[in-house]
Design a protein around this ligand. Structure first.
Ligand SMILES: Cc1cc2nc3c(=O)[nH]c(=O)nc-3n(C[C@H](O)[C@H](O)[C@H](O)COP(=O)(O)OP(=O)(O)OC[C@H]3O[C@@H](n4cnc5c(N)ncnc54)[C@H](O)[C@@H]3O)c2cc1C
Length: 431
């Protein structure tokens, strides 16, 4: 008997995971508007590694992960055979005028890794006091009983928590969180406290940061086996007839031609702001929920312009934050040569989030603007309604994306949301 057909719209981590998890039970077609699957759509070539002579590709964004927080993603990578490697994301914090705030570095002794103050050159009374505040903060945040912070925003929680040292919160913690959540400080403070604490308490500071050794291209190659991928297909509309078992029509533009295909089920794995226009006519009541989910824009530049760093930059920790108190976000630059083993022997190359100074155009390799949902208590109500809509009997329209998982919309949440949909459609976790 032939399998039922299923369309997945969008090939970020959520769509790729859903398509892969459902490939045995359904005849799956994955549609992506970019020329390459979305997770790897913005990768850029960065020349060759001068030691190995191998070509180097840089993913945009890098997509780093931590073992304590990314349970399902680690399981997925293991099942797919994706190798992972450690990266160094320790930080150097400066004011926008170049004044020292805080420097820490990751040290390795045998198998153990730990964060501590950077080189003696950077030791100062101020740096030591920030270091002590950080140690205290991360030790105490693990002890917070999440059931006691249920109604608090993260901002409210910080205001009443005795371990919140204003200097550390404003100059170190908020710049880091604003970079991780890619939104402004006010939006970070509007996150439910339990979500941010859940992230901070998961050993982020202790176990360090990892990434896929061979980058997103390797993940995509493994996770696109066993089903059909249709790139360059910009979905315009989805037509759903309420009559039971009537096919769902997917209408899309490919190379300036309009095409149409029919499916038994559909998984919309785009971000919420892109899902709404697709189902405006077919499911207006759900569109209202999508329209309430806010998103933030952020830009990322990959470049070779070292003037972005305070001098001398060579001994700084890999991630350099520039903090201007009159702005709502820091500028954060990763020196990829220091952070990633595969890029160590390449010409200097940097990835800057939210540039606030000019990066030389002739040293720029890529400049990409991203959108990403931000979570607050109002958003959570609408997300819950979207989840409930999928539990209706005989439902055939499914949604997944990192905004529908638990916690911060990161890769882990994307995989969680795909597992939820796969489970509803009769496919179980292969791990
Ligand atoms: C700057 C930045 C840095 C980040 N760094 C990290 C990190 O280090 N670690 C981490 O865990 N997370 C990180 N994230 C978050 C992570 O990238 C997201 O959580 C994740 O990409 C969301 O996956 P998704 O599948 O839900 O959505 P997306 O990745 O947005 O995928 C949706 C896909 O749908 C496609 N699409 C949309 N509309 C249509 C249409 N009409 N037709 C066809 N296709 C369509 C899009 O092109 C896209 O490919 C970062 C995010 C940003 C913005």
């Amino acid at each position: 008997m032939s399998k039922p057909t299923l369309a997945v719209i969008g090939s970020g981590i959520a769509g790729l995971s859903a398509a892969w998890l459902l490939r045995n039970q359904y005849q799956v077609t994955l549609f992506e508007r970019h020329a390459r699957p979305g997770m790897g759509a913005y990768a850029v070539s960065a020349g060759t590694n001068q030691r190995t002579g191998k070509a180097v590709t840089i993913d945009i964004p890098l997509r780093v992960i931590t073992s304590g927080y990314y349970n399902e993603l680690f399981n997925l990578y293991k099942t797919l055979g994706v190798e992972i490697e450690r990266t160094d994301h320790s930080g150097a914090f400066f004011t926008h005028t170049g004044g020292d705030i805080f420097h820490y570095k990751t040290y390795t002794i045998g198998e153990r890794r730990f964060a501590f103050l950077n080189s003696p050159k950077r030791l100062s009374k101020h740096n030591i006091s920030q270091g002590m505040a950080a140690i205290k903060f991360f030790a105490e945040i693990k002890k917070v009983d999440l059931s006691n912070v249920g109604n608090l925003t993260f901002g409210e929680f910080l205001q009443q928590w005795p371990h919140s040292k204003a200097n550390f919160i404003d100059n170190v913690l908020m710049p880091m969180l604003s970079t991780i959540c890619t939104c402004d400080y006010d939006s970070v403070k509007q996150y439910p406290a339990s979500i941010i604490i859940g992230y901070l308490a998961c050993g982020v500071a202790k176990d360090g940061v990892w990434k896929a050794t061979h980058g997103v291209a390797d993940i995509v190659q493994r996770i696109t086996q066993g089903y059909q991928v249709e790139a360059n297909c910009d979905i315009q509309n989805i037509k759903i007839d309420d009559t039971e078992n009537s096919p769902i029509q997917v209408i899309f533009n490919r190379h300036q031609q309009t095409e149409k295909q029919s499916f038994d089920h559909i998984v919309i794995a785009t971000q919420p702001q892109h899902a709404a226009p697709l189902i405006e006519a077919a499911a207006p009541e759900i569109v209202q929920h999508f329209k309430h989910i806010k998103y933030a824009k952020s830009s990322m530049v990959v470049h070779r312009d070292d003037s972005i760093y305070p001098r001398p930059w060579q001994d700084l920790s890999p991630v350099c934050y520039s903090i201007n108190p009159s702005l709502q976000r820091p500028m954060a630059t990763v020196c990829l040569n220091k952070s990633m083993p595969t890029v160590k022997d390449c010409l200097p190359i940097f990835q800057t989030w939210h540039p606030t100074t000019t990066i030389a155009a002739d040293k720029t390799l890529a400049d990409v603007t991203f959108e990403r949902p931000v979570i607050n208590f109002d958003t959570l109500k609408h997300i819950e309604s979207i989840k409930q809509s999928m539990l209706k009997a005989n439902n055939r329209v499914w949604f997944c994306g990192s905004y529908l998982g638990e916690g911060i919309p990161l890769l882990e949440a994307g995989v969680q949301s795909a597992l939820f949909v796969a489970n509803q459609l009769g496919a179980y976790k292969p791990w």
